[in-house]
Design a protein around this ligand. Structure first.
Ligand code: URA
Length: 239
């Protein structure tokens, strides 16, 4: 298999990022730096290193994290903010978040080292349901709930119809549940903003059939094999 594919399958990076890493001269094959993208490797006989560390065929890991606010959904942060990886520090495989939750958003976030799984979960074509609970400023009106349900006009286009449920409202704040399958950047905050309500706090409470049940804030659990398979099935059946 080509070297970039091998690195991607080992959970190092996407195929494209892996090619960049090879071009930068960070990869050694049997002790010599290789920058040629067409290099073909055999995982059974070749010895591959990235930045001096052996790249093996890692076991695939799938984690469900209950992210607290105040953590960035990235592998590292140029500003030195805590990353979600620090909450799974005892996992030795090179995991990374599946999509992202904003720094101040809490709730269900998956982490894995399986690039193909990540693509299935975040690709807009596959339509995985995500459920959020948002606390917004002010008392949200019925017609505003309807607008959220029908779709609102954002700068990157109309949002798809969404499942919207009012949980509570008073003069100061309202709590609503939003079921969406798109995964645009800051989508929930922008949707709420579009109907005149800024978000005070946001939590993702479900991803497909997965919930936070049994996972305390800041804690994680491994997904069961059957759960991983079911997620893959859901994505592929949406095609
Ligand atoms: N929508 C947002 O606005 N923020 C998130 O973190 C997730 C969804």
């Amino acid at each position: 298999m080509r070297l970039a594919k091998y690195l991607a399958q080992a959970g190092i990076a996407s195929r494209r990022q892996a090619e960049e890493i090879i071009r930068m001269g960070r990869v050694k094959l049997n002790g010599s730096i290789v920058t040629e993208l067409a290099t073909v490797v055999d995982s059974k006989i070749d010895h591959i290193e990235l930045d001096g560390k052996i790249v093996g065929a890692e076991q695939q890991v799938y984690i469900l994290l209950n992210k607290p606010p105040g953590y960035i959904s990235a592998v590292n942060d140029p500003w030195g903010r805590p990353t979600v990886l620090e909450l799974a520090g005892d996992i030795k495989e090179r995991i990374y978040p599946v999509g992202r939750l904003d720094y101040d958003t809490e709730g269900l976030l998956l982490l894995t080292n399986d690039g193909q799984f990540t693509n299935l979960m975040i690709h807009p074509r596959y339509n995985i349901d995500k459920k959020y609970e948002a606390c917004v400023r002010g008392s949200i009106k019925d017609n505003e709930l309807k607008r959220l349900r029908d779709g609102v006009d954002l700068e990157d286009g109309m949002t798809a119809p969404a499942g919207i449920r009012l949980i509570s409202r008073d003069d100061r704040a309202s709590i609503i549940e939003l079921l969406i399958h798109e995964g645009r950047k800051r989508q929930v905050k922008r949707m709420c903003g579009a109907v005149g309500h800024s978000v005070i706090s946001l939590k993702r409470v479900a991803f497909a059939f997965l919930t936070l049940e049994g996972v305390e804030i800041g804690e994680y659990r491994n997904l069961q094999k059957a759960e991983v398979r079911r997620l893959q099935d859901i994505a592929l059946h949406e095609l």
